[in-house]
Design a protein around this ligand. Structure first.
Ligand code: SIN
Ligand code: CO
Length: 389
């Protein structure tokens, strides 16, 4: 288990902050260098294992090279690693938490930010001088330095930068002023808010772990909400105007008519039932494949009850998105794009499942008398969302 300390490097020395102080001073505000954020850091995965993942069809990977100032980007899966040269190259693998339980542990210390905002763990391996070049990301990220050293520069989001495309499939910026300029050592962590320019080049072979976050934009939300209305045959109320006003020019669109159309759209969003179900469904969908293996021989409820009476550990599938909304009428429990509407007395077990990526049967045993729990948890095990060794 990794223990995170917010030892922030400031001009006055290192200051250790609480999670709340970190949020107040840095989260979504300005970049931070967290010195020895993880003390005595041990890499959870080796470069060879990472390369193995980059050979898989269902795992998204990229290789970026910058030989003689010429950038090239290649997409995986990779059959060999000839392009991963002893200098000037970086291999990046997305959503490693979905496939590698030990690496997935690196996300856990960041759960002071809620599950619905966490995205995935991207891991890179860089050879000396390797990096992806100066760029911006749209999302917050914590970049943990694993083995090796990497020289990072990070700037504030307030400056104007120009985007450049040095080669196909690589978006960079042309230069920026840094407020952090440091060589990171194992266990050091950079926090980079959205839109802050940054670049990192390995000093020696280096592993970097990026814990990324999600923040949907209006366009994505509105488009996804429309899809939900279509799929659920909702939002059918049509524009009506029983008191339509006469006007001198048939071309005129009246302001109150514009307001009425906008109100019609807002009414659709104001339907709490549609809105809540859509939001939980949409935000709990995985962006990358999961290592999902539904059971061929399904468990029945009696078997699960018996199982939980034994002393076992139960794991949540790596990268599985789950969270809940507790309303007056029900608990909405979102798991991988499905929403269960449960009575309020289910809140305790829903909380236990959302809070722990690994739980003991002891932690959940008291819920086995609840028929909702046994029925739903049996389904979750059969789907492969939770499993035990
Ligand atoms: C990397 O690890 O090389 C890229 C991380 C980033 O800059 O987002
Ligand atoms: Co970045």
């Amino acid at each position: 288990m990794y223990q995170l300390s917010f030892n922030i490097k400031t001009p006055d020395g290192i200051i250790t902050l609480s999670q709340q102080e970190f949020i107040n001073q840095y989260w979504q505000k300005k970049p931070a260098l967290i010195k020895s954020g993880f003390a005595d850091f041990a890499d959870p995965i080796s470069p060879d294992e990472l390369a193995g993942l980059a050979m898989e069809e269902c795992i998204e990977s990229r290789l970026i090279t910058n030989h003689n100032n010429e950038w090239q980007a290649y997409h995986g899966p990779f059959g060999d690693f000839e392009l991963l040269t002893p200098n000037n190259s970086t291999l990046l693998v997305q959503a490693v938490d979905h496939w590698h339980p030990d690496a997935a542990q690196l996300i856990e210390p960041f759960r002071f930010i809620p599950n619905w905002r966490i995205d995935d763990l991207m891991i890179s391996f860089s050879t000396p001088s390797g990096g992806v070049g100066p760029h911006l990301d749209q999302y917050d990220v914590f970049i943990i330095q694993g083995q090796g050293k990497r020289h990072w520069r990070v700037g504030e989001s307030t400056q104007t930068v120009n985007e450049v495309i040095p080669c196909k499939d690589l978006l960079q910026i042309d230069g920026f002023e840094g407020c952090i300029d440091e060589v990171l050592e194992p266990g050091d962590i950079l926090y980079i808010p959205p839109g802050c320019p940054h670049e990192g080049y390995a000093v020696e072979n280096a592993m970097n772990y990026s814990v990324g976050f999600r923040a949907p934009n209006q366009r994505e939300l509105l488009s996804s909400f429309s899809d939900y209305l279509i799929d659920n045959d909702s939002g059918n109320k049509r524009y009506s105007d029983p008191t339509i006003q006469l006007r001198s020019n048939p071309g005129e669109f009246l302001q109150n008519e514009v307001n009425d159309v906008k109100a019609q759209m807002i009414n659709a969003l104001n339907n709490d039932n549609d809105f809540n179900l859509w939001l939980l469904q949409s935000l709990s969908e995985a962006k990358h494949d999961l290592d999902l293996a539904p059971l061929e021989d399904e468990f029945d409820e009696d078997y699960v009850r018996e199982l939980l009476s034994q002393d076992i550990e139960i794991h949540r599938l790596g990268g599985l998105r789950c969270f809940y909304l507790s309303t007056e009428d029900a608990v909405l429990f979102a798991v991988n794009g499905n929403v269960l509407t449960l009575p309020n007395n289910c809140l305790a077990w829903v909380k236990t499942l959302c809070e722990n990526v690994t739980m003991t049967s002891d932690q959940i045993k008291s819920s086995t008398s609840c028929s909702h729990f046994i029925q739903n948890f049996t389904n979750l095990l059969n789907e492969g969302y939770w499993y035990f060794d």
